[in-house]
Write a protein that binds this ligand. Structure first.
Ligand code: AMP
Ligand code: MG
Length: 412
């Protein structure tokens, strides 16, 4: 049996970032940029007003106070979306709205609040005089061209994850599509004679296939493109047939059939049809785990027990998918949390405990989410983290500080 770190290292060595493809911006969320993004122009493209008010020459407001305001003649109005053709000459002001281009001659914007408009609530339009009650500084309330991004600047680096703000930046730079690493196609195959998909009648001795929909969702949440391959029955023929449907996938995930039971055929068939590189990891839950190859397709045989399948997915499949996506940091975001409770960790396995993490007065606090059997999926559904108990730790005591993988963090 090998430890989690060795297994992970060996599995991840089999994967590399996939090739590049161009996708529309609205399909890019969660993907990883395959190229640096260089700005083709300034953002904002022209100097514009940061506030509603009056565009002025700052020097015309020198010494202005409420008692001795600077009186300027309003010569025009400037709205967002239109160039202003009128210039601001000495003693003049242009009524301006946020986002409107700064007229030639002006070097500051005085907010309405700093004029007599505020006092008498009467709008000062063209031809009227406005009293400025505070000295303006040159550049005040004005956004210069290129304040955000300068033309030619590298704004985003290859390897960056496309988050909503990245999509906003790409849009502002006039991208309608973007080069990202192709998403991996991940086949998901459940195995077991006992399995029935939700919605179909359940016979005696049968159970619902919960792994497949769960794993499909996990693949999707990681940024992969799940390919549902259905259920393979516990016969070598059926399994062989089902495995052949994985052709063209970048990774095949199976669940069940990798233990030592009479009908655990995944391992046997994989061995016959392809190759197995490793089997059995010192992990709890999730010990029976197979990694191998079916021709050119890497295969990760996850355990059948739902929680074991999910935990093994998080530790091995998730980083493999993230690596193919082009992500550089493959660790699950982890916090240190104080454990409330005591627990023994027998068997020298890395133990992943379903916990609920809350913010306490002194940092994060983690408590058991409930039953920890590897078939008790409801407590995984109720938890938001996996507390990691290293194989060298035999006992965890109340208040011990331990790492918790925050399963919902860092995806999408
Ligand atoms: P196995 O490794 O195939 O012996 O499966 C271990 C346990 O997980 C058994 O109790 C199976 O019934 C259960 N199991 C296997 N596959 C699934 C699945 N797709 N959904 C729910 N439970 C499963
Ligand atoms: Mg089975």
């Amino acid at each position: 049996m090998i430890d989690v770190d060795t297994a992970r290292e060996r599995i991840l060595a089999a994967f590399a970032p996939l090739g590049m493809e161009h996708v529309a911006l609205d399909a890019a969320l969660g993907a990883i940029l395959a190229v640096d993004v260089v700005a083709g122009g300034n953002v904002p493209p022209f100097p514009n007003a940061a506030m509603d008010g009056f565009a002025v020459r700052a020097e015309d407001t020198a010494g202005a106070t409420p008692e001795h305001p600077a009186r300027l003649l309003v010569v025009a109005e400037a709205a967002a979306g239109y160039p202003c053709v009128t210039e601001v000459t000495a003693g003049a002001a242009i009524r301006i709205m946020t986002g409107a281009p700064i007229p030639t001659g002006a070097d500051a914007v005085v907010r309405f609040e700093e004029t007599d408009e505020r006092a008498d609530a009467v709008r000062r339009g063209p031809g009227e005089t406005v009293a400025i009650v505070r000295e303006a500084r040159a550049g005040e309330h004005l956004r210069p061209a290129g304040e955000d991004i300068q033309a030619g600047q590298i704004v985003l680096l290859a390897g960056a994850r496309v988050r909503p703000a990245v999509i906003g930046v790409l849009a502002t730079l006039n991208h309608t599509q973007i080069a990202v690493h192709r998403r991996p196609r991940v086949g998901v195959l459940a195995t077991g004679d006992e399995l029935v998909d939700p919605g179909k009648p359940l016979g005696a001795g049968q159970i619902r296939n919960s792994n497949a929909p769960m794993i499909v969702a996990m693949v999707r949440r990681c940024g992969g493109e799940p390919v549902s391959l259905g259920i393979a029955r516990d016969s070598e023929d059926d399994l062989r047939h089902a495995l052949s449907r994985a052709e063209g996938c970048d990774l095949l995930l199976t669940t069940g059939g990798v233990s030592i039971g009479d009908y655990d055929l995944v391992k046997r068939v994989l061995q016959a049809e392809g190759r197995i590189d490793l089997w059995n990891v010192r992990i709890k839950p999730g010990k029976p785990l197979a990694f191998g190859w079916l021709g050119p397709t890497p295969v990760l045989g996850l355990p059948g027990n739902p929680v074991a399948a999910a935990v093994a997915f998080e530790q091995f499949a998730r980083p493999a998918i993230r690596k193919m996506l082009g992500e550089r940091s493959l660790e699950i975001p982890t916090v240190m949390a104080r454990f409330t409770g005591c627990i023994e960790n027998r068997g020298a396995r890395r133990n992943y405990l379903r916990v609920v993490v809350d913010t306490g007065s002194d940092g994060f606090v983690a408590r058991c989410a409930g039953g920890q059997g590897s078939g008790i999926l409801s407590t995984l559904a109720m938890s938001n983290g996996l507390l990691v108990i290293h194989e060298d730790i035999a006992v965890v005591n109340e208040g011990d500080l331990l790492p918790v993988q925050m399963l919902d963090w860092g995806l999408g």
